[in-house]
Structure formats: C-alpha cells, structure tokens
Design a protein around this ligand. Structure first.
Ligand code: NAI
Ligand code: MG
Length: 497
C-alpha cells in the first residue's frame, strides 16, 4: 500500500482493516467482508474497511434504539450534551491535519482546501449546534379560553436517525448530519460513502473520546445498494437524512413510503447558474466563475456549472476564464502545490469524460481542457474543461455532471436570463455578479434556488439554511432550520380550571 509513511495520519491508516463502530465498540462485519478504499490520485488501495451489510445495519439500529430508549443521551442535562458537542469540535480542530490528510488521500481533494476550509467548517458545525442544545425551547399558545386551558409545545428528538452521506466533502457531510441530530438528542446510524469512509471512522474515535454514550452515534461504512438501502427501509428508523444524487434521493423517499413512513430530508443534485452581468467587476466575476465551478474538481452539489454571461462581455469573460484555467496546477491533492486533484473514482472519471463526449456531439465548443490529464499517470485526473456556445437545452446544460466541466451560455437581458436560469429540474444554488444593487436583489428574488450568492460563491456557514427548490431536495439543513428536521413538535393542553 502506497501511503507515505511520514504523514501525521499514517498511524491511523496503519491499523487495518478498519472496523465498524456499533454500540461503542469496534467490530467486524457479520459477513467478515471488507472492501478497499482507494487513493484516486494513483488508483492504489489506501485502506481495507469492514463492509457493513444488512445484518450490520440491523445491529447498529438496535444499538441506537437501545441508547435512545435508555435516555442516556436525550435525557442528559442540556448543558452536558452541549459540552460533549463542543468537545467534538475541539478534538476535530486538534486533529485537523489528520482529517485533512485523510480526506485528501481518500477523496483526492487539495490538502490546503481541506485544512483551511473544510475541516474548520466541520468543527464550527459541532460548535454551532452545541449552542442550540440549551435553547430547544417550545412556546405557549394563547388559547381561546385562557383561564380554562393551558397549551404549550415541547421539542423532542425524532428517535433513531439514519444518515447517508456522499463522498465529495466527507468530514463536512458527516458534521452537517451528526451535529444537529445529536444536539437534538437523537441516536444516529451514519453510513459514509463507500468511496470515502475513513474520516468518519476517525470522527467516531473522537466522538467516543468526547464521551458520546455508547450506541448514540454509530458509523457503518458499506455499499449503498445493501447497507444504505437497508437503513432507508428499516422499520425501526424514525428518520432518514440523505445527501447524494437525485436518483438515489427518489429511492430513499420510496423506501420510506414502502416501510414505516420515516421522516425524510434530502439534499440532492444541482445545475446551478452562475450569472455574470456586463456591469459586474469582471476580474472578480472571472475568479468567481472559476472558483464556483472548479472547487473540489467540480464535485460540489452547488457548483456553478451553468455559466451565464451577458453577450457584451461574453468573449472577454471566457478569454480570462480560460487563462485562469490554464494556469491551474493539477496533481495529487496531498501535495500542497496542487490546486486541483483527481476526481474521486474511475466511475466518476468515466462519467465526466462521457459528458465531455456528449457536449462535443451536441455541438458545444471546448475552449479549455476537454479530456483526461494522461500525463499524470493512472490517477483519475480530468482537465478542467470549459464548453463555450452552449445551448440551454443541451444535456451538458441540463444534467448534473459533478466534475470539472462548465457550460458557458450567453444571454441578452435580464428577462431572457431569468427564464433560462430557471429552466432545469434543479434549484439548489445560484450566483449573481453585478454592481447594480437593485438588479442584484431583483434577480436574487426571481431565481428558483435555495441559496443565491451575490458577488461571491460557495460561501457556506453553519448558521445559514442549506437546501434546494424543486428536485434539489426536501428540507433545509444547517441554521436553526435543521432543528426542525431532528425534532418532533409536541403540543400539550391542560385543563387548569
Ligand atoms: P449516490 O447518490 O449513489 O451516493 C450517495 C450516497 O448514497 C452514498 O453513501 C451511497 O452509498 C448511497 N446510496 C447509493 N445507492 C443507495 C441506495 N439504493 N439506497 C441507499 N443509499 C444509497 O451518488 P454516486 O453514485 O456516488 O455519484 C453519482 C452521481 O450522483 C454524481 O455524479 C453526482 O451527479 C451525484 N451526486 C451528487 C451529490 C450531491 O451532493 N449533490 C453527491 C454525490 C453524488
Ligand atoms: Mg477513496
């Protein structure tokens, strides 16, 4: 196995196979099976991991149920629960370099992005929800006969929560799911993506260290079709939170309907418009177009993958964008000199290259990149690619590619733009570049998207709600809104006369 021996995280990686974390114990899978997780910059095996199957999911759900019913977590004094969550944030920060190395090796992402942005965001998410634990208040209602009845609400945990996350930001996705669920007093079974299971296992170690009681947080890596599907259809899971493709999101909703009607929240795909008006600061807009698209090799649900540019500045904007793209250093993410890494897997690379072929067939014009970066060896490197002269109806302008491929589309005026920008099945995010403040608000108002970035992109903070319109999902994560996902509201009415 080709992992450098001198990384801070080598010690963690050396203990293999990695086990499942169920009921506060590290155990092998019931079948004894393991799977390989790869380093996408070489295609070599990074670690062997116990593979959870249906039986293991059942064990994890049972452990979660026992811990929930025992009250060991949900009935803890709120300030104590808050302390545990805050401590998890501290521990993530202490081990930040290891988390960054782990996600960089497992996913391919540039180490500096992980270290400077993603790992701190994960820690901040635990701390933000630590603050909410002591504020999960209900309210009293002014009933029509005030001297006769008293009515008040309580916020109570939903129960056993299943969480299924993708591979694009492993530690961030785990934190966005676990922190609010644990804050609200639930017990959780988290299934990381099979491509990137490692950082969630390190997090499990830290949760134990932070004294999350046994069984309250279980981490079970395994395939979507078996482990994920079992969690989604499990009769004793009260809620499922999913982030991933729209296609699998629909399966999750169906599994809920066909089993016990568990609550479902979904954070799904996108095809977000990033819109450059002629009155924008073009230097800023170009770097925003670049960052909006190519961050994390374009594997971001909110990637600005449809770049709308007003005709007057279209040629100039694309020229500058191509320059920026061509200056980008592509290579293994673990080497801090590289600004872009490989995509996560061979399957993902083939999918992205397939879309590049589709764009060519559809008559769009490649003006930067356009293929695999073969000079970088067997790793899954795809060149950052810009398609010009894209028509909004083309597949590369409608379907989520989830790789470093942007479709540039010219537009004439605002009315024309709004209609085009809103014409996909998705509605996750959007970007607007303009110096006209009225236009900024007008366009933000008209876009059908869960988040609109104005003169910025990918600014994500635990305090702001995150989720999508249309087929980009159900519900909002982060912010106080996530508390609604992880609590049931109970109304109590008393006759006090
Ligand atoms: P995926 O949606 O299959 O995987 C996401 C998670 O769902 C993983 O943990 C996986 O194990 C699980 N899963 C898969 N099938 C399942 C099932 N039947 N029941 C329960 N859980 C299941 O995404 P995948 O295959 O990794 O990527 C394919 C495409 O999905 C990407 O090209 C991209 O377009 C989209 N995607 C979007 C993401 C987003 O954040 N919007 C994240 C990941 C993928
Ligand atoms: Mg991997």
């Amino acid at each position: 196995m080709a992992v450098a021996e001198d990384l801070e995280v080598s010690r963690f990686l050396r203990e293999q196979p990695k086990k499942l974390f169920i009921g506060g114990r590290w155990i092998e899978s019931a079948s004894g099976k393991t799977f390989d997780t790869l380093d996408p910059s070489s295609g070599e095996v990074l670690a062997k991991v116990a593979e959870a199957g249906a039986e293991d999911i059942d064990r994890a759900v049972a452990a979660a149920r026992r811990s929930f019913e025992s009250g060991v977590w949900r009935d803890l004094p709120p300030a104590e629960r808050a302390k545990v969550l805050w401590r998890i944030g501290d521990l993530i920060e202490e081990r930040a370099l290891e988390f960054a190395q782990l996600d960089s090796l497992d996913n391919g992402m540039p180490i500096n992005d992980a270290l400077l942005f993603y790992v701190p965001l994960a820690a901040a998410t635990f701390r933000y929800y630590a603050g909410w634990v002591t504020k999960l208040d209900g309210a009293t209602q002014q009933v029509s006969l005030p001297g006769r009845y008293l009515s008040y609400t309580l916020r109570q945990p939903v129960g056993v929560v299943g969480q299924i996350i993708p591979w694009n930001f492993p530690i961030v996705m785990a934190a966005w799911k676990l922190a609010p669920a644990l804050a609200c007093g639930n017990s959780v079974v988290l299934k990381p993506a099979e491509e990137t299971p490692l950082s969630a296992l390190l997090l499990a170690e830290l949760m134990q260290q932070a004294e999350v009681p046994d069984g309250v947080a279980n981490v079970v890596p395994g395939p979507g079709e078996t482990a994920g599907a079992r969690l989604a259809s499990h009769p004793d899971v009260d809620k499922i939170a999913f982030t991933g493709s729209t296609q699998v999101g629909k399966l999750i909703a169906k599994a809920s309907a066909d089993s016990n009607l568990k609550r479902v929240s979904l954070e799904l795909g996108g095809k977000s418009p990033n819109i450059v008006f002629a009155d924008a600061d073009l230097t800023q807009a170009v770097s925003g177009a670049f960052f909006g698209m190519f961050l994390n090799q374009g594997q971001v649900c909110s990637a600005g993958s449809r770049l709308f540019v007003q005709s007057k500045v279209y040629d100039r904007t694309l020229e500058e964008l191509v320059k920026t793209v061509e200056e980008t250093r592509l290579g293994p993410g673990i080497d801090p000199v590289n600004q872009m890494g490989p995509v996560v897997s061979k399957a993902q690379m083939d999918r992205v290259l397939g879309y590049i072929a589709v764009g060519n067939q559809e008559g769009a014009r490649v003006i930067a990149g356009g293929g695999r970066a073969k000079e970088l060896g067997p790793g899954y490197f795809v060149q950052p690619t810009v398609f010009a002269d894209v028509d909004g109806k083309m597949r590369i302008a409608q379907e989520e590619i989830f790789g470093p491929v942007v479709a540039a589309i010219p537009f004439e005026d605002e009315d024309d733009l709004i209609e085009k920008a809103n014409s996909t099945i998705y509605g996750l995010a959007a970007g607007v570049w303009t110096t006209n403040v009225k236009r900024a608000h007008r366009v933000a108002h008209a876009l059908r998207a869960g988040t609109v970035f104005v003169n910025c992109y990918h600014i994500v903070d635990p305090v702001t709600p995150w989720g999508g319109f249309k087929q980009s999902g159900w519900g909002r994560e982060l912010g106080p809104q996530a508390l609604d996902l992880y609590t049931e509201l109970k109304n109590v009415i008393l006759d006090i006369s």
